[in-house]
Design a protein around this ligand. Sequence first.
Ligand code: SUD
Ligand code: ADP
Length: 285
Amino acid sequence: MTDTLTLTSPAKLNLFLHINGRRADGYHNLQTLFQLLDTGDQLTFRARQDDTITIAPDLPGVAPTENLIYRAAIALQANMEARGLPQMGADIHLDKRLPMGGGIGGGSSNAATTLIGLNHLWRAGSSRKALMEIGRTLGADVPVFVQGQSAWAEGIGEQLTPMLLPEKWFLVLCPDCHVSTREVFCHKDLTRDTRPIKVAAFSQGGSQNDCQSLVRSLYKEVDKALIWLKKFSNHARMTGTGACVFAAFDSAAKAEQVFAQRPAGMTGFIGRGINKAPYYNLIPD
Ligand SMILES: C[C@@](CO)(OP(=O)(O)O)[C@H](O)COP(=O)(O)OP(=O)(O)OC[C@H]1O[C@@H](n2ccc(N)nc2=O)[C@H](O)[C@@H]1O
Ligand SMILES: Nc1ncnc2c1ncn2[C@@H]1O[C@H](COP(=O)(O)OP(=O)(O)O)[C@@H](O)[C@H]1O
């Protein structure tokens, strides 16, 4: 076993997102289908013999101790301490490729990849389930990335059923605006009373993103991107609480052909849907 490890931290899309109600603690019960993508950030972990955690480079607008990578490393250290295991540290390099705050889960994915990578490097011996529990304390979307499989999710996103989805090619557009997840969930006009559906209803086309109409009305950039993408796909949709929007295609060539025609100044990427994250086999079940 070496003391350096490089992992891809994948993006996700919410193929649909239904909000079924608000809980007493303010969080929302939802149903969603998480599709993992092969596109992601690159994280390199180098083990240290002392207990220091360093992360380079800094993320613009994120205090070093608020970086989800740091918070994940500290949470794993605390868990190891509670289990009487020796403390170790790490120098972590982040090659950030995914846009932040776009509803593609980059921060949550970075946290999950850190838990998995450091669990391996530090020989912490935690199970997938135990790491998912730690992940839950860091954010609603972290457990699905720790589980490392495309999945149907309920509850606040933590009740997960792995799904085998067709591995399509997704064109993702990233409108130039930052949508706060919290702002959307707190908004008085958010649709939050969608009736729960069964998994099969999704494949019959009975689904939507309940945040989409609200976010379109608040952010004209999202509205414009969706209007444009709908010219090429009837199923173009927003992911999570936005701002990114996506459409699925049967081939890379078709996705690239559409992407090449994108409006001037519009950024985005093409990613292949994957059913398992690249680091899936790093943790024993
Ligand atoms: C709704 C999703 C769909 O994937 O949106 P995106 O963030 O990906 O856009 C996620 O579950 C978000 O997960 P995550 O981004 O980890 O959310 P958290 O940090 O746990 O919560 C941010 C804020 O969103 C609200 N929140 C989040 C999840 C949830 N089920 N109900 C909520 O009400 C809460 O106000 C919370 O303070
Ligand atoms: N390592 C990280 N990568 C991305 N965002 C991070 C990270 N650590 C903290 N954040 C914060 O989390 C927010 C949400 O990030 P991200 O998961 O990329 O978006 P979303 O939840 O919309 O999919 C960011 O705007 C940023 O302030």
